[in-house]
Design a protein around this ligand. Structure first.
Ligand SMILES: Nc1ncnc2c1ncn2[C@@H]1O[C@H](COP(=O)(O)OP(=O)(O)O)[C@@H](O)[C@H]1O
Ligand SMILES: [Mg+2]
Length: 456
């Protein structure tokens, strides 16, 4: 994030100041060169001789500057990142006595940033001063020539040409300084364009959708993350009838969340097929497909906005206030919302820090209720709650689950007993399926998991 802000500033500076300076100074320089030619073309030719040398210096410093500038972008990002981590995680840092460690990390980051910035300053000064030095040569030669009577230089011409040469120094110095800014700008622009050119989500789908019935089927689905280098889901076959509730249980890391994240096409599957109402999900337009899902997960994302706007997130601004209230009511959230200073219009702080876990969860449920999507996905929606809060939420969830296709991942197995179907996922494979009673009698993985939890 900080890198984007830094880079945009660099480009803006390069474009505004630098271009103006270049225009102004180069027209001055051209004017002066014309004057010099007019006074004495022979002496002016001296400049032509040193021109390639100057060009070489400019090129050297430009290339170096661009490389150094990219390094600085990186280190500015590092400094912000380290500082941000130390500030956001201040509780952990203090509790575990990590102050010294964090401080050292920060010092290291700022030191490396300092070194990189210094290299830029050095390159800049070396470049500018060598150009000035090169410039001094023709001026010296001119002075020498003027003392030689054989050259027939009049006092007037001498004054004019030396004055012009000295005046030329300023624009050249300014231009070479501005070149620094431009190189920084180019490096920043490269980084911005790289980010802007990141591929956006593939959306080849064309079929529009009003409201699906909610029949879901996974056929021989295999999946691995780009970075995981191993199969996360292996040949998954699963059929969910519209209106039914299917629970997915299993050890953590078994691929449960991954499986459900494939439905709204957050990731692309490697092989197999996922269909909704018998149609491959890739055929639907992405935005229309995603309208069919409501999601409540363990970590609720709330925005720094009012309670009402958080509940109505993503819906048209015109959404009925009455409906927001109904959703809050059904989510068992009215009680605590009415205790907030401004009710539904209370701002919840950055990331909703003023609310407890259970309260945030109920806002997420109200959000899902208001969206009224045909397919509901609950990913450990009650895992972070205490028993009292869970009872509240359980009731809210039951309202939410009515007349929808529901896919539920639950850590606490007591919450999935009533599901129409339970599947047990282990290391990316479905190892058992059936109803609660069937699986208990079966005495397999599910029964073992259940007994282990029952003992707790
Ligand atoms: N974005 C990701 N990139 C790479 N690997 C991931 C990603 N998300 C999860 N994984 C890996 O996929 C496996 C399954 O994770 P997950 O679906 O979250 O399991 P569960 O929800 O059953 O606990 C884990 O081994 C996890 O490390
Ligand atoms: Mg998970």
């Amino acid at each position: 994030m900080s890198t984007i802000v830094y880079n945009v500033e660099q480009v803006a500076q390069a474009c505004s100041d630098a271009l103006l300076t270049i225009l102004r100074e180069s027209s001055t320089a051209i004017g002066l060169i014309i004057v010099m030619f007019w006074v004495s073309w022979k002496l002016t030719l001296l400049f032509i001789v040193i021109a390639p040398l100057i060009a070489w210096v400019v090129k050297w410093s430009s290339v170096r500057m661009r490389r150094l500038s990219a390094n600085v972008q990186q280190s500015v990002g590092d400094v912000t990142h380290v500082a941000g981590e130390g500030i956001d995680g201040y509780r952990v840092v203090r509790l575990y006595g990590g102050q010294k460690y964090e401080m050292e990390k920060f010092n290291l980051a700022t030191k490396s940033n300092l070194q990189r910035e210094l290299k830029i300053v050095v390159t800049n000064s070396v470049g500018t001063s060598s150009i000035q030095l090169l410039f001094a040569i023709p001026i010296a030669v001119t002075l020498l020539a003027a003392t030689n009577p054989a050259m027939h230089i009049s006092a007037g011409s001498f004054t004019a040409i030396v004055a012009a040469m000295i005046s030329l120094l300023r624009p050249v110095r300014r231009i070479s300084m501005v070149n620094t800014e431009i190189q920084k700008g180019v490096a920043a622009a490269e980084s911005i364009f790289k980010m802007a050119d990141e591929p956006i989500e593939k959306d080849m789908g064309t079929r529009r959708l009003s409201r699906v019935k909610g029949d879901i089927e996974f056929r021989n689905v295999c999946f691995e993350y780009d970075s995981s280098k191993r199969a996360i889901l292996k040949h998954i076959n699963l059929k969910v009838e519209a209106g039914k509730t299917v629970a997915i249980v299993g050890k953590s890391g078994g691929g449960k969340s991954t499986l459900l994240n494939l439905l709204p096409r957050f990731y692309e599957i490697n092989s197999g097929e996922i269909t909704i109402d018998g149609v491959n999900i890739n055929v639907y337009q992405l935005a229309e497909l995603r309208k069919q899902f409501a999601f409540v997960s363990q970590d609720t994302i709330l925005f720094d906005d009012t309670v009402a706007n958080n509940i109505a997130y993503g819906l048209p601004v015109s959404v009925d206030r009455e409906k927001i209230m109904q959703a809050a009511e059904a989510a068992h959230a009215t009680e605590f919302i009415s205790q907030l200073p401004e009710g539904l219009d209370s701002k919840i702080g950055e990331d909703g820090v003023l609310l407890s876990g259970g309260q945030r969860q109920r806002i997420a449920i109200a959000r899902a209720l208001l969206k009224d999507a045909p397919i509901l996905i609950l990913d450990e929606a009650t895992a972070s709650l205490d028993v009292h809060a869970e009872r509240h939420i359980q009731a809210a969830l039951e309202d939410l689950m009515k007349d929808r296709t529901v896919l539920i991942i639950a850590h606490r197995l007591s919450t999935v007993e009533n599901a129409d179907h339970i599947i047990v996922l282990d290391e990316g494979e479905i190892v058992e399926t059936g109803t609660h009673h069937f699986l208990l009698k079966n005495e397999g993985v599910y029964a073992a998991l259940y007994k282990a939890q029952f003992k707790e």
